[in-house]
Write a protein that binds this ligand. Structure first.
Ligand code: HEC
Ligand code: HEC
Ligand code: HEC
Ligand code: HEC
Ligand code: HEC
Length: 258
């Protein structure tokens, strides 16, 4: 039988961990605000360990590296009407959402736009039998457990966490991915109506259609974050967001840290 003092010995240990977490987060936030010059994408791309301050932190909000092929999400999602999971094929069945193989691209690009220099780069990877070396943007540290399928199957929209990727000429990290961001949703609950609104799709009859917006008015970063905040604060959206059916999730330390 566990002596009762052992149960209580755990509590100061936990408190210490929380204090350490808070201190680390605070010192990183300070380091970030005092180094605005680091917002240069070229140095970020060349940084061997990515842009984050130390190996224990998530990747940085706003990070938007230049990719080896200028892959346009807007063209594929809005014009070619492709579903996110056509390419990110394992988002609903694995922790890792998956990136498309070159063969998936070539299914169309053996025929489509073959004279484009970007498609010729793609074709070279195909004939060389090499994967495209896409630069990874979003990453949580190794000690954090993040299962995509649990979120996707609970109905959390991709855009709720990644922003409206269908409007991004170059993908950037929309959310902070820090612990407070994860925990506040788990504690307060996910509101499907808000998530649907954040996705940029609206209901038309029985189907969801992309809310029409001008692509050219979308800058590569920044604005969408402000948009989301403005939307959340807007009283006009209040009737939509009835606080029923909020989806809560576990927030004990062990659910995210093994
Ligand atoms: C035609 C295939 C295709 C479709 C459809 C597609 N993607 Fe992607 N996605 C890619 C490729 C290739 C990359 C890597 C290059 C890049 O970052 O642009 C990528 C990158 C991403 C990233 C950044 C990954 C990282 O490294 O962190 C996110 C997030 C993402 N996609 C979300 C979405 C969402 C959301 C949708 C639907 C609205 C979508 N994608 C539809 C092919 C696709
Ligand atoms: C379902 C068919 C389809 C698939 C699969 C597909 N694409 Fe495309 N792609 C298109 C279409 C259609 C266009 C727009 C062509 C146009 O502008 O006339 C396009 C445009 C592009 C362009 C812009 C070319 C330019 O110069 O304007 C790039 C780059 C590209 N695709 C890369 C990719 C990559 C990389 C993949 C795999 C991750 C991929 N595509 C998968 C259909 C597809
Ligand atoms: C609850 C928030 C959340 C939702 C919902 C979500 N993601 Fe993610 N996504 C993340 C986080 C966090 C990471 C970093 C994960 C890691 O490092 O293990 C990530 C990483 C990715 C990556 C990069 C993975 C890689 O291997 O390069 C892609 C691509 C991606 N997400 C696409 C999607 C798509 C598509 C959807 C919807 C079907 C989606 N995500 C839904 C939070 C989310
Ligand atoms: C927008 C809301 C939201 C955000 C942000 C979010 N989650 Fe979740 N999370 C959920 C929901 C909803 C579930 C599903 C609960 C269920 O299946 O009952 C979930 C489930 C999980 C689970 C499975 C828990 C279990 O019951 O075993 C883990 C682990 C997890 N999330 C980790 C994370 C991490 C790590 C982050 C941040 C990087 C994160 N989540 C961000 C809403 C969110
Ligand atoms: C819903 C998921 C989730 C839960 C629950 C959670 N964490 Fe975290 N934790 C994270 C993520 C994501 C990070 C990466 C932090 C970053 O980059 O800011 C993190 C980072 C940390 C760090 C490193 C500090 C830092 O700023 O890098 C410590 C220590 C930590 N967590 C302790 C805890 C403790 C103790 C608990 C329980 C009270 C807990 N965590 C619960 C997701 C979670």
């Amino acid at each position: 039988m566990t002596p009762s003092w052992r149960k209580w010995a755990v509590v100061p240990g936990l408190m210490a961990a929380v204090v350490v977490a808070t201190a680390l987060t605070a010192s990183r936030a300070h380091a970030q605000t005092s180094a605005p010059a680091a917002a240069d994408t070229t140095t970020k791309v060349n940084a061997p360990r990515g842009p984050w301050g130390y190996s224990g932190a998530s990747s940085v909000q706003g990070y938007s590296p230049v990719q080896p092929i200028k892959f346009p999400h807007p063209v594929h999602v809005q014009q070619a009407k492709m579903n996110c999971q056509y390419c990110h094929f394992s988002a609903n069945k694995s922790p890792d959402p998956g990136l498309p193989a070159v063969g998936t691209c070539m299914g169309c690009h053996q025929i489509v736009k073959t004279t484009s220099p970007e498609i010729q780069k793609l074709t070279k990877y195909w004939t060389d039998k090499k994967p495209v070396p896409w630069v990874r943007i979003h990453r949580v540290p190794k000690y954090v457990h993040f299962p995509h399928m649990r979120h996707v199957n609970a109905g959390v929209t991709c855009q709720n966490c990644h922003g409206q990727v269908q409007k991004m000429p170059q993908v950037f990290q929309y959310a902070s991915l820090n612990m407070g961001w994860c925990v506040s949703c788990h504690v307060n609950g996910y509101d499907p109506a808000k998530g649907q609104e954040a996705s940029g799709y609206t209901k038309s009859g029985n189907s969801w259609v992309l809310a029409s917006t001008s692509l050219s008015s979308q800058p590569a970063g920044g604005l969408l974050v402000a948009d989301a905040k403005a939307q959340a604060a807007s009283p006009a959206s209040a009737p939509l967001a009835a606080p029923i059916g909020l989806k809560k999730a576990r927030y004990d330390c062990a659910s995210c840290h093994y």
